[in-house]
Unconditional design. Structure first.
Lengths: 164, 164, 164, 164, 164, 164, 164, 164
């Protein structure tokens, strides 16, 4: 199946985190591609990937990076698709502050949909919500997902009350 | 025309900022509704607005708030639609830090697509991009918008070079 | 005995911290209830719990949450009772900054009585002080508690001086 | 009438802000006393005021200070009453950060109920809520206050929708 | 004369600040080019400018940007020349924090020589020092510049002592 | 010998850190006393200790505390002696930020001589320098101390160059 | 009279602030010298001034600087005297954060007695306290100063209570 | 071979980090010298090293320090050469914030080319780029280095895609 979401990260060291986004997409049955390409070391490859994505059928990008996290913004420069940015709290980040600000504080005209620091899982969910905005079947899945979250919380709370 | 985007802000004092989002939607020809409802002073009304939105045809929320900016997250709790959060640097905010963190750092399961502090214009663009993910005509508009931005920069740069 | 304090936390993972509040209430002989309900995953349940609390005899809420910590504010939206907020420095928090700001920086009209990051024990003491404001016997317990703290410090200081 | 709330601030320059708390208490019909005494320049007077307060019938303190804002904590050291701390963003504060941290981050055993930076109005409301925890008539006033806030928001929203 | 330094800024609104760099280069007699091109709105133009620069004789870049300031890093991705980054404290920056972190915290392999927030003048001096590392005549100018700064400080200090 | 320096800390848990100050005083041959007394749990004892200190021959205070670190300021309120404040990065501190700001940002009229976060050793050296300002023999010891530091650095640098 | 205190600032633009320190010394009758010398533009002059100070009878330094505020530390490197550092919130500082950290966070061995951001007045008082540690007459002046502060606060509080 | 780069660090404890810069210089075949000298404990030695460097053939300094990291700025005060500053996140630093601000926020006239926190490797690359600005052979090496980085990223990405 042709991928609808393009997951990209600045370094293969971000893979364990970014696979949480991939896992969510698997659960929603959304096909995706995955790449580790640096905005600074391989700028042409990032540009090429982003520029052609919309025509290849990509609907959403999920881009994760740490430190001076330019990757999501650089992808957004080259694509009309919404780009979800995941600030990564990597070893060379100042507790995630640099990653968060480098991704969220985009200039006028080129937004990045920023999620929480290390919020790769939420990036996957947000991608599903975006796809669901034009796909009724996916919207039902999102509703079901929210319902199942609620039930897990209720069960956990019952467990807590029994123990307490 | 039935609104596709629901703009909501925590207080009417946020209106001048949030109208920048509305103006972008006007330019893209996207119908929207607009409300100023507080997550803390009128929680039931926010819940009601958010809960029914998807069934009324709303595809995206744009929610702006300042300080302990709970509104985008509270909206996200009640809707399967993607919620774009605009951190407002209001007079009772600590330079926007509280607004940004209260919106971006959402827990696992309930993402908010955070844009820059006071980034209402970008919220409008992101809403258009999200709608475009399921609407080819809108995608063409987004591409045209990006192209026109580029041309403005090029003309401004030519002006600068002539003056310099 | 009917609970006077309602302890609520955003996730069962906050339980070890929040039990410090429960332990203080046990020491003061204050009955309490305890729940782990998410403002974002189970918003209706939080609203229901908070809305009816005052009529059930609840006098104070203690609400703990981390990251974009909306729970205390959401509870405060639904109850006339004072709400004590505990910013939790959980794994997905930026060192507690997001939790602290999301709880303390509440908008005009809906205060949350914020204690220190991870200050669940102090939340319990503050709840006792609040109840003591309308209960002379509890006021005596608070005074005795303060006296016993003082004595512990004096004894520890004597121990230190002997060792030094 | 004997005061139930003791408002104290570190300097007379904090008076315009702290009168917002006094005004709220007036609206709730809660008698109060008001002092400007420095924890550092007049420590004995602060100690004397705080130590005797509970016996004089004071039920809650509201203490505002800026910079290294020790006043709320120092008051809390001498009284069994709950102390509400108002971080003041005065001219010699680093945007309110120092005031907020110096008030919220109290050590175990001596809580201060911290409200938002410059949140004097909310301090007044919280004081009313605390008194209401032992006073049914005041509880009704708090409920009415919350109801009237809600109505103001609804009317303002209607005004906004008419203009929009 | 062929330019040795390429000054680039993210927006023409940065021109008043960045002209301070140009003025320093004028004083050192270093020819330069100047452009206002956005890394996000005109990524291909930035890439083109940066990619060919070294072959055109450019020895140093000075790149200024605010907010999520990607421009210096994006330029650095495409050129072997040293890139001096100027964090701009523009109206849409959080007091310069986002600009500073987005420029300084570059990943391994692609450094940006970051100067102070709004430090465009120092960027010009640093460019002169870099050129001086391979040009003895320029080195003498840098030494003379440092000497003249020293003399200005000494004269100002004498003025101060006379007044005092 | 009568103590010249009074070391005080907010809790016995600060002892390992604060003993670094004591050790420096031992090396300078400066007699001292040491106490662990809380500004919030034992305010009267701190007041008593500080108030009588100058008459007992104390020349300098060294006060260490973490979190909302009021102890140095509270001591300074009661004594004409210079007070050196040591911000402690304890487990309940936000990486030392709260401790640093609560100690350094003292209001006009009541300074605290703040050293680095966890800078207890430097507090001891500063105490020696202050005593040396009125004691020529101690001044010679301070000079010798600085000389010996220099020699250690030189020897370590020679070691490094041999290895390199 | 030979100066006992050496006031030094990084730039003549810091003079209005640093004269607050001079004014305090005048009130205490403490002779002082005053210089505006940059640690970075005139390093040899700063070194010379600091190195000879102790032999010329200087007992304390007051050094004020902004941004990467190295001046207090550089002075401390060359003198056995205590150095009081005043972090200046100048136009090229990030709200005083850089100035505060550059002065307070000195390495082991070379302390700087840091006061509040823009705390020049407190620097003067601290200098008087340090001199008083070896001078009984000055100690009496410090005590009288503290007494007069207290009286001013009491009078201001009486004024407030009359107005209220 | 005479050194072209002078690596200096504030303490031998910074050696493991700063050797990453040395290793890069080795790879580029750039001769260097290495010293661990403190700006505060051995100011004369730092001054001497920096003052004579340009005449000895040094073209660039790489200076690393932590906390109140004055070393790069102090070196820059004494040399016309460009100085690259490496903010070190040592144990006595507040997560690198103090180091970064103390190095980047240099006053007008004396720039330091700041790299990322712990960015010693990038400091080495930047030194090579600076030398390459006056040395065509070195420029080719920088280009080759960038090319080899790109290839590593491409190979790693291919590995990732095979695994995925």
């Amino acid at each position: 199946m042709k991928p609808l979401v393009s997951i990209i990260m600045g370094s293969t060291s971000d893979l364990p985190l970014m696979q949480q986004a991939a896992k969510v997409l698997d659960e929603f049955g959304i096909p995706y591609e995955i790449n580790a390409l640096s905005a600074h070391r391989t700028p042409e490859l990032v540009a090429k990937l982003a520029r052609g994505a919309s025509d290849r059928g990509i609907k959403v990008f999920i881009a994760g990076a740490g430190g001076a996290a330019h990757l999501p913004g650089v992808v957004a420069a080259f694509t009309p698709c919404p780009v979800i940015g995941v600030p990564v709290k990597s070893s060379n980040s100042i507790d995630g502050w640099d990653s968060l600000l480098s991704i969220a504080q985009m200039p006028s005209g080129v937004p990045v949909a920023t999620v929480a620091v290390d919020g790769a899982k939420n990036a996957g969910i947000l991608a599903a919500q975006i796809i669901a905005s034009g796909d009724t079947a996916m919207l039902e899945k999102v509703k079901a997902f929210k319902e199942s979250m609620k039930e897990k919380v209720i069960r956990a709370n019952e467990g807590l009350k029994e123990k307490a």
